[in-house]
Design a binder for this molecule. Structure first.
Ligand code: ATP
Ligand code: MG
Length: 573
């Protein structure tokens, strides 16, 4: 089947969200009649990169809360650092949120509120709780001290409101160079919380903004913009990740000191981390810029475009986000959990097909030249409505080299000399002879088939345990298959000793391209964006980017749950 990216919009409530602590918090607020019984959340990305799996968690959480409580969820771009942001990111983020199956109630940009934020800043100055400071960034840091070093007041801290106001207006008017002055809140220079040691609220930055152009040369800091935008949008619950917990006192302080129309509440939850990958826009950008991956949509990337191009579905992503839950302690989710989510989804929807990755020719001695029997194969046993298709059974077929052993270990139920296996959907064959080339490499197996073994029977009641997949050698076509593995070979790629590059953990085998896989003929017309289960091999996706009509390129989305190699290791097959 093919993806219809927007068909699922609004349908994301297919299963009830697992209960988590934020539900308790909101229930308590509602019980106390806070916010007039409203629930309004927002997803607030900075448009400085492409969304990744971590953002999917935040999106599912914020939109999920709105849905659960019959509330609203906005999309807000936190676009307060113009030098790192652009329209390309804005567009891709909207596309990715919709791909996940969510539609925002309102779309905002922090830059929509630059004038209001500026007026709020003047209000703080006039009321004596903010001042223009002439220290440069290094000096500000120096004066603020650190956790174990007391802060010292800026020499400009006692500047009169009138003087600060005049200077702030001149900052806006562009009279000073970048970094020459800042606006700082006057809170507590010795607070145990460094965020309250007179935090910077505005900085001078003569930079072109992708939406406001050259109108501004001072830009609000994240902490100043975020809460006030929440308030202006009438957000009730501002959900963010745990690293902002230490910012919460400042969030509250600003709301208390400003004439804002609403008082939203900040609640923090744990970021998503997943093994064998990194989830940071900065690091992902580095992978793109250094050419380690082919782009933001490289199927090995944990970006939403990457996993989408690999064949992950929005349904699987939502199920994954629901399953991992929402907690207040940081942890790392095993990549297997993500893989199982996509397997569960594709098992239901993917059409089955036959593909032989490493072909070994099998000649069926007792079939005449030119023989073709069209054999019924089930398209998807999980979905009776998907029907059947016909596979050509011919004198020459291919099986996977892996499915033959000349010296089979015990409990090896696939093909070996003198042994019998069933060809999936077709007959049983017995291996009579092994042919080799001059170097001794096996080039062909000569087999006989038993015509009495159609439809899964053996006629005489004998048991044939092994089943192998196959394609007609005469009618198969060759296609390019890309097999993906983890991008990093280390479970925690970020976890490197000081001075070691985190990129040193790259997995050299993360992409293997097969040029000569043999596929059943019906796959020649596999549509772009279609999902298949190549039986006994894995789930594959027709790459929408590199495929051409009649020449599909397949990505392996994920292997089957138990790869055959693993089964073999356990000796259980
Ligand atoms: P990165 O560290 O990758 O740059 P970020 O937090 O700077 O991410 P934003 O664009 O600011 O990215 O994030 C938008 C929202 O997504 C924020 O509310 C942020 O808390 C949330 N978010 C980002 N990364 C994760 C993650 N790994 N798990 C859960 N939520 C996340
Ligand atoms: Mg950020």
């Amino acid at each position: 089947m093919t993806d219809t990216p927007h068909a699922s919009a609004g349908a994301a409530a297919e299963r009830p969200a697992h209960h988590h602590f934020i539900h308790d918090e909101i229930d308590a607020d509602l019980a106390q009649g806070k916010h007039g019984g409203r629930v309004q959340t927002r997803f607030p990305p900075e448009p400085n990169g492409y969304l990744h799996l971590g953002h999917a968690k935040a999106i599912c959480l914020n939109f999920g809360l709105a849905r659960k409580y019959g509330g609203k969820c906005n999309l807000r771009f936190d676009d307060t650092t113009p030098t790192k942001e652009n329209q390309e990111y804005v567009d891709s983020i909207q596309e990715d949120v919709r791909w996940l199956g969510f539609e925002w109630d309102a779309l905002f940009f922090a830059s929509d509120f630059f004038e209001e934020l500026y007026q709020y800043a003047e209000h703080l100055i006039r009321t004596g709780v903010a001042y223009v400071c002439d220290l440069n960034a290094d000096q500000v840091a120096e004066y603020r001290g650190s956790l174990d070093k007391p802060g010292r007041p800026s020499p400009y801290r006692e500047r009169s409101p009138e003087e600060s106001l005049a200077l702030f207006r001149r900052m806006r008017a562009g009279e000073f160079p970048d970094g020459a002055r800042t606006l700082r809140a006057k809170i507590d220079i010795n607070s145990p919380n460094p965020n309250l040691r007179d935090p910077v609220l505005y900085r001078i930055m003569h930079a072109h903004h992708h939406r406001t152009g050259d109108k501004w040369c001072i830009y609000p800091m994240y902490d100043f913009a975020h809460g006030q935008c929440d308030a202006l949008e009438a957000i009730t619950h501002s959900i963010c990740t745990l690293e902002f917990e230490i910012h919460r006192p400042l969030y509250k302080w600003l709301l208390q000191h400003l004439p804002v129309p609403h008082h939203p509440r900040q609640i923090e939850f744990a970021r998503l981390n997943v093994t064998y990958t990194v989830l940071s826009k900065r690091k992902l950008l580095e992978l793109v810029q250094t050419g380690i991956v082919s782009g933001w949509d490289d199927p090995r990337m944990p970006t939403l475009r990457g996993i989408r191009r690999r064949g992950y579905t929005p349904e699987a992503m939502r199920a994954f986000c629901d399953q991992i839950g929402v907690a207040r302690f940081n942890s790392t989710v095993d990549r297997v959990v993500l893989e199982n989510a996509i397997r569960d989804d594709l098992n239901k929807r993917a059409l089955r097909a036959m593909a032989v990755l490493d072909p070994l020719l099998v000649t069926i001695e007792n079939l005449p030249e030119g023989h073709v029997e069209w054999i019924d194969a089930v398209n998807n046993p999980e979905d009776p409505a998907s029907g059947t298709r016909k596979l050509p059974f011919t004198k020459r077929i291919f099986i996977d080299r892996d499915d033959f052993r000349e010296d089979p270990p015990k409990k090896y139920f696939r093909l070996s000399p003198g042994k019998e296996v069933r060809l999936r959907y077709a007959y049983c064959i017995t291996c009579k002879e092994v042919k080799r080339d001059a170097e001794g490499r096996i080039t062909e197996l000569v087999c006989v088939y038993d015509p009495a073994t159609a439809n899964g029977t053996t006629g005489d009641g004998r048991k044939v345990k092994g089943i192998v997949h196959w394609v007609s050698a005469d009618q198969a076509f060759e296609a390019k298959l890309r097999l993906y593995d983890h991008l990093f070979s280390a479970e925690f790629p970020d976890d490197v000793p000081e001075g070691v590059d985190w990129k040193s953990n790259l997995n050299p085998g993360s992409l293997v391209t097969l040029e000569h896989a043999k596929l059943e003929p019906s796959l020649r017309n596999a549509p772009s964006g279609a999902h298949y289960q190549f039986e006994r091999v894995g789930y594959f996706y027709v790459d929408p980017k590199d495929s051409h009509p009649g020449a599909p390129v397949f990505h392996r989305t994920v292997t089957l749950r138990d790869s055959w190699a693993k089964i073999e290791k356990r000796g259980e097959e």
